[in-house]
Design a protein around this ligand. Structure first.
Ligand SMILES: Nc1ncnc2c1ncn2[C@@H]1O[C@H](COP(=O)(O)OP(=O)(O)OP(=O)(O)O)[C@@H](O)[C@H]1O
Ligand SMILES: [Mg+2]
Ligand SMILES: [Mg+2]
Length: 487
């Protein structure tokens, strides 16, 4: 019997067909599939013979060494990684060379930037006559990163990005400001009307068509999906995600924030302060529902409400009963909520971008009104948030999984109470009131994200923080807000 081919627990591998002369791989018989570090993954070629192109940084700590690879795409597959996250990955076929042996394997592509090894060799790639020695490192000999010394170095240039703004209202303030801010930073921004997108749902060559024409690959997509088209909008967004674009707020997070019952549950589970809330769908026992929230005065809200229209204050138990009975008669979905009296007709909008509160405003109801909506005659003004309010807004955005969020909260005797978290916050009121360039900060966030996806410069992170802090300290005129169909 011939000697088995021994693989150590780590090995140097090469992919001659991909132009990769040396990669240090961890051999992992606990993993089925092999994985290779890849960024900027982009499908191309004919639908029946798809290929993927990707960028590889083979040398850890040396992001300037960059190799552009291309290979036939053989599948797209859900893969659950060791941290438990499931990810839809491209699968390519490529020939790996370890020591003197060269053989074809399937490899999934994923961003392994934060991992110690740029490659994982799973058991499906290990052939019958091979054995793995858990005590040997590099049984098949050493290669080295000096093999990349003649490879061209990438200068960390500021590449213009191609950004799509997914909206049905290209003319509104928020859409226009986002386009302006993107262009001011040297990027190209296109308005894409959600309703005019069609999709070819194909795992290997996802595409979005616009009035029948295939859209290019965007680096980033900013969803500004109105409530009228949430479901279709989310489908379009998922499709853009499949093409490899960076999505500012993910479809599941948008969906969660739009489902008010679910959103309340998510926030409650995350331990975030909110007014005591009871749900009801035609409840038989109105009195019970009232007692759930501590009795009158209480607030009854139609779930479909916006701009404060379906929000009613019932000052007495009698009034509460008649309002609830009326909503029930209409077969409407509604919530019953503790009335936060000490908020005194004021609420706060905190705008969160990428884990920071970048701007805030206070809305004050007109005299005799408890609803502070600007559409109800409320007035917007500048406000300084407390530490606790900031922390609450950040936690709420995080719990909902939103990178960009407008968090509405009330100031109560027992701390901030979150009313809701909006995934498509309007920019007009908040920019005019706070004087901050929120659209610009949003584009900065995209830049930082798309850049880390295509390899660092990581140094930028700090300067962005300083920038946000500076912006936060800025001033500006208060103004009228609202036409924006945004939330
Ligand atoms: N539990 C409460 N206690 C005191 N005031 C409340 C309460 N809930 C709502 N309000 C006031 O009523 C206003 C409208 O309520 P809310 O924001 O919940 O509904 P909406 O504005 O119709 O919905 P949306 O913000 O989605 O358009 C709030 O901005 C706030 O000023
Ligand atoms: Mg509101
Ligand atoms: Mg809202």
């Amino acid at each position: 019997m011939s000697e088995p081919f021994v693989l150590g627990w780590e090995e140097w591998a090469a992919f001659p067909g991909l132009g990769l002369p040396a990669i240090k791989a961890k051999v992992d018989t606990g993993a089925r599939t092999s994985a290779l570090h890849a960024v900027s993954i982009e499908p191309f070629g004919p639908v029946d013979k798809p290929q993927v192109r990707f960028i590889m940084h083979p040398v850890p700590d040396r992001p300037e060494v960059e190799v552009t690879c291309a290979a036939p795409a053989v599948d797209r597959r859900e893969v659950t990684s060791s941290n438990g996250e499931t990810e839809l990955r491209w699968v390519i076929e490529a020939r790996v060379k370890i020591g003197e042996r060269e053989w074809p394997i399937e490899v999934t592509l994923t961003n392994r930037e934060t991992m110690q090894y740029r490659m994982l060799l799973g058991r499906a790639a290990i052939l019958d006559d091979m054995v793995v020695s858990p005590t040997t490192s590099c049984a098949q000999g050493e290669l080295g990163y000096e093999l990349y010394k003649d490879f061209p170095r990438r200068k960390p240039v500021k590449r213009p990005l191609r950004i799509a703004i997914l909206t049905r209202e290209p003319k509104n303030y928020s859409s226009q400001r986002l386009k302006e801010a993107a262009e001011a930073k040297g990027h190209v921004a296109e308005m894409i009307n959600t309703a005019r997108c069609t999709m070819a749902i194909n795992a290997l060559s996802p595409a979005v068509f616009y009035d029948g024409r295939k859209l290019p690959r965007y680096d980033a997509v900013i969803p500004r999906i109105g409530a009228s088209l949430t479901d279709y909008g989310m489908a379009v967004l998922r499709q853009f995600e499949m093409t490899g674009a960076y999505i500012l707020n993910s479809a599941p997070a948008i969906g969660a924030s739009r489902d008010k019952l679910y959103a309340h549950q998510v926030l409650a589970r995350a331990g975030i302060g909110m007014p005591t809330t009871a749900f009801a769908h035609s409840p038989k026992d109105t009195k019970n529902l009232i007692s759930h929230v501590g009795g009158a005065p209480l607030v009854v809200k139609l779930l479909e409400s916006t701009q404060g229209k379906g929000v009613v204050l019932a000052e007495t138990a009698k009034a509460a009963e008649s309002v609830i009975d009326a909503f029930r008669g209409l077969e409407a979905n509604f919530i019953v909520q503790e009335f936060v009296k000490e908020a005194a007709g004021e609420d706060i909008r905190a705008l969160v971008v990428g884990g920071k509160v970048v701007a805030a405003m206070k809305r004050k109801a007109q005299a005799g009104e408890f609803r502070s909506n600007l559409h109800r005659g409320g007035e917007a003004m500048r406000v300084k948030l407390t530490k606790e309010e900031r922390a609450t807004a950040l936690r709420a955005a995080k719990a909902m999984g939103l990178a960009v969020a407008g968090v509405d909260l009330l100031r109560s005797d027992t701390g901030p109470k979150v009313l809701e978290v909006n995934s498509s916050p309007g920019l007009e009121g908040i920019e005019k009131t706070s004087g901050k360039d929120v659209a610009g900060l949003l584009i900065d966030h995209i830049e930082a994200h798309v850049r880390t996806m295509t390899g660092p410069p990581r140094r930028r992170a700090r300067s962005r923080k300083a920038q946000a802090a500076r912006a936060e300290a800025g001033a500006g005129p208060a103004g009228e807000a609202g036409r924006d169909a945004a939330e």
